[in-house]
Design a protein around this ligand. Sequence first.
Ligand code: ZN
Length: 554
Amino acid sequence: MSQAHLVSRTGTLGMAVALVLSLPPSLMAQRGPLTVAEASGFTATSRHADILTFVRELQRESPLIRIETLGTSTEGRQIPLLVIGDPVPTSPADLKYDDRAVVYFQANIHAGEVEGKEAAQMLARDILHGATAAYLDRLVILIAPIFNPDGNEKISRQNRRNQHGPEQGVGIRYNGQNLDLNRDGVKLETPEVRGLVQNVLLRWDPVFFLDSHTHNGSYHQEPVTWTWGLNPNGDSAILAYMESTLLPAVTKRMREVYNTLTLPHGDFMDVRQPERGWVPLGPQPRYLSNYVGLRNRFSVLNEQYPYVDFETRVRGCYNLFLTFLDHLHENRDQIVRLVREADRRTIARGADPQEHDGIAVEYERQPIDQRLTILGYEMQVTQTEGGRPRLQVSEQQKTYSNVPYFARYTPTRTVPLPRGYLITVRDEAVIEKLRQHGIAVDRLTEPATLTVESFRVTEIAGARRSNQGHYTSSVKGEYSTEEREFPVGTLYVSTAQALGSLAALLLEPESYDGLVVWNFFDRYLAPQWGGAAQTYPVHRLLERASLVKETIQR
Ligand SMILES: [Zn+2]
């Protein structure tokens, strides 16, 4: 053997050894298929077809997974819903006398924000291969890895260029209708969100919902952030649990077990004075995490930090999924009890509203009890030539301590909760919308003379800019108490139902994110011929009444 040959062989061997050693330990022990992200060294993200192939591979390997269709996108793509259980339920009816709790993880709603899509596939694989803690004795796990397939298939390197990878590009924010799925929680105009409500929330009724995103905002070192369903009309015991139990538990477990730093989701209120506060999104139910909270379920908005590398984001997101599963598995009984009590409380409140039972129609931000420590950077605001302020972020790390987190939306004005709403217009769009949400709607089968609160509109204003194809409406007006006769056929929506809080927020005229806002009632509210003020065709019933009615079933 010549010297040269020996050198060459050693060289080749050396390279092979180095390649094997450079694989992360998790990949060396990998069982099951690799995701596109893993197989590409975290330079690419999955296409719709890649996910369908990956899922079929999982099905060849394990009997514990079944696939349902969450919906069909505008461009005709199937949105797969993975059902994972031991045994895997063939339908929710299998779970009727079972004590497993159903939990749901959703990713890629904004298809440029892709780490949840990769982490969700890894999660399904690793659960099925026993590479995670064992969850399936107490949980049935639903996963929608690609909620927005139409946005996903528009992968380009030009999308979200400020984000640190994957370098082969990501999809776009919008669905096939050019709508933002995370603004569709009230109007339900997209097949994706309608599918979520019908085929996940109503069909499986998960106690837990997680929606995975990537943020673009304030600079900090923590790669993973999250917050909860923030609407103040959500159940107060669930809101309190999120704030005082789940937030500290998740922060601790992520740090100590999964070696990942997290921060509640938000942005600096004022980058000039970072310690003034950290502010999450608003409480409107158009955001799906708030919407699900308003339905009395545990709800999480997860946002990764876009300026760390893709692999760190995917692994951080994966660790967050495991952390929530650990917590849900350990605390299943308490979680289920809180959900059951929230529903029971909502129904009882609607059946017999007390003086203090109100619906918040205006609110202000207040800090939660716990203060935050944010691992940030030195920041400076300078003026540019045009006089516009510009944020400069240095690489110098800086810790901001004792920062208030403004995640408690406190009512500043409430209206009394009625027993129900009487709708005097036979409007199919309104009926259909309420029923899409899963709200029970009745129809009077005998006329009734009732004392109700009516809302006379003194002002209706449309937004000057279009939002999601809507010039959203807002109204001002006056309430009056009147006796009124309601004919046969009048619609009745009782608040004594599990979705009573959601029904109230959809139907209250002054609701900041109800059906009035999204133009469902415009034609009845805007003055027409003659210009006289209109009365909102939804009346509030506060007194006890026995109505002769039947439930609309279609
Ligand atoms: Zn997003």
